[in-house]
Design a protein. Sequence first.
Length: 343
Amino acid sequence: MIPLRPIRSLILGVGACAPDTVVTNDNLAEKVETSDLWIRERTGIRERRMASPGESTADLALKSARFALQDANIEPSGLDGIIVATATPDMTFPSTACLVQAGLGIPGTFAFDVNAVCSGFMYALKVADSMVRSGQCETLLVIGAEVMSRFIDWTDRSTCILFGDGAGAVVLGRSDHEGEAGVGTIKLHADGRFWDLIHVPGGGSRQPVIAGKPAGNECTIRMKGAETFKMAVRTLEESVREVLKEEGIGVSEVDWVVPHQANIRILEALSDRLEIPLERFVVNIDRYGNTSAASIPMALDEAVRDKRIRPGHRLLLTAFGSGVTWGSGIVTWKGHPGGSVGR
Ligand code: UT7
């Protein structure tokens, strides 16, 4: 008798997009007292992308979704649902996922947003994976999309240099014939006691934007940078060790770390602590800055596209962000080692 294998989910396709407008460090040095050198040395960022006026999170999400569907060779009508991870939705409500669904022209599929800020993609992936594993659905779109630039105080040099806009998406399907490939352990956590480390105070029910009154800077990001930095390094290390233990593997069995891109110094510290060389980290913070929930799928897309990530490779995804929230997960890339998945 052939033993039954538990259902797993598998990333069938990936896509990403970034707005056309590039904002360099020198551009920012014209607005606030900073320099290209300081930003590069302290963060690793050289430039970031900025949405054009009128370009919204749903627009970027939709573009990345279309690329991911194309990559998976799946029509929008083949989707059971859409989950968008974002902290910068088009509107307070409805969800950005509903706008993406309308854009794809697939009324009836479920659609909702997840907000775990920079850890949002890990949270959305876990929810989607659980839905596939439980047999409730077969094919889902999981998107991380942000227009952070609308929530920046352009006079605050500690935050305006960090963030950027973009989107990344994966199509998640049921894995039946892929051997060990697919989404493995994902562990999520949060500690709401530290909600004020990074937050946007206004625009919600505590401090609503009053009609007719300009939003002012209460609708912009406040961040305790140094505290966040320290907590991020410590927490990411613990989170990665937890997921490796649960999966029963060591660091040498990880081919690529695909991390949230918050600061190159955070990634360097993580690399040191875990003893995984930085060369095995997918890093694109130099060109996109911190794109919050979009950063992991954007990095994933880039490394799949340039063929660093190959069939059978084991990926470690990890993120830390506002909430505070964090999470790590293991994904084994589709196809068989030595085989081809054609891209
Ligand atoms: O994605 C979610 C998680 N987010 C993060 O993980 C962000 C984590 N934090 C960071 O990346 C870093 O803390 C920052 C990049 C935000 C700041 O770097 P830092 O090395 O921690 O600097 P700091 O906040 O300790 O400030 C050191 C100095 C200060 O000047 P004084 O007080 O020593 O005179 C700041 O005013 O650096 C100054 N500074 C700057 N100088 C030039 C802060 N920002 C800038 C700037 N240009 N852009």
